[in-house]
Design a protein around this ligand. Structure first.
Ligand code: ATP
Length: 273
């Protein structure tokens, strides 16, 4: 379980990016974080993995307050947090298998990781994870030979190889087409469910968040202005989070995207006929 208590972040520039943010993410829950640009979503994720130091508040992962830990303890604690990134952050010239095993680097001694020798148990586990994300037959391919969706599957397997207690997911589908985006979201939900893992997903795509997330937190100017189920996220709430005008524009854009996708599907079906 992850619990944030009265978290604040004010940058040295004087910008207050988070104001009194409190919530609990229980085990197995996948929480979507939405809000307009500059609302504080990235800052929140970065405070949790301590890439950014919070100004005040507590970040409890189990019994540990991540806001308080010192350097060497932080290194240990970060192993408990699996990260999944928008641009996958794979090592392109390494194989799929090596990328997954790199999730174990925080655990194996330096000399071992340097020569990339991993215990048999780690390798077996990596094969199991690759099988789970549907990439077993691609284990020996170089990462740069994969499609975007396949790369993100490697990113998911690598995060899970860490055996994390929490997943932080940053815009996982921003570079993917709509169908692949849905497959990736479904996979994230499934693996969290199977492992009883709490997750926070920074997500721009509101309809995708509504379709897949268990719960949604809306940030505006660093404050939580909505915390509830996807079903409770109605037009009025979305207008409140994004501003009525911006939300109307976002909705129109989404409707146009959907129409274009339906049109492309129809054309493909016609050609195939
Ligand atoms: N390193 C920094 N130094 C100073 N101010 C910052 C820094 N990073 C972010 N901010 C400010 O903090 C606020 C929140 O930014 P943040 O990047 O967390 O928002 P966001 O919701 O992730 O936006 P986006 O969706 O565009 O990524 C903004 O006002 C931003 O200008």
């Amino acid at each position: 379980m992850l619990e944030l208590q009265q978290l604040y972040k004010t940058y040295a520039t004087g910008d207050t990016a988070l104001r009194d943010v409190s919530f609990v993410v229980p085990r197995g829950q996948v929480m979507g974080l939405i809000g307009p640009s500059g609302a504080g979503k990235s800052t929140l994720i970065r405070c949790i993995n301590r890439l950014v130091d919070p100004s005040a508040g507590r970040i409890l992962l189990g019994d540990t307050d991540l806001a308080q830990v010192g350097r060497s303890e932080l290194r240990r604690q970060r192993r408990r947090i699996g990260m999944i990134f928008q641009e996958y952050a794979l090592v392109e010239r390494l194989t799929v298998m090596e990328n997954v095993l790199s999730g174990r680097l925080g655990y194996v001694p330096f000399w071992r990781s340097f020569t990339r020798r991993f215990p048999g148990r780690d390798i077996e586990n990596a094969y199991r994870l690759l099988d789970r994300v549907g990439l077993l037959e691609h284990a020996d391919k170089r990462a740069d030979a994969l499609s975007g969706g396949q790369r993100q599957r490697v990113g998911i397997a690598r995060a899970l190889a860490q055996e994390p207690a929490l997943l932080l997911v940053d815009e996982p589908t921003a570079s993917l087409d709509p169908k692949t985006s849905r497959q990736i979201m479904r996979l994230i939900i499934e693996v969290c469910d199977e492992r009883d893992l709490p997750a926070i997903v920074n997500i721009h795509d509101v309809p995708l968040a509504q379709q897949f997330m268990h719960r949604i937190v809306g940030l505006r100017a660093g404050e939580v202005v909505f915390d509830g189920t996807p079903a409770a996220l109605d037009e009025a709430v979305l207008g409140d989070i994004y501003g009525a005008e911006d939300w109307t524009a976002m909705r129109r854009e989404h409707e146009e995207d959907q129409a274009a996708e339906a049109d492309a599907t129809r054309r493909v079906a016609e050609v195939a006929r």
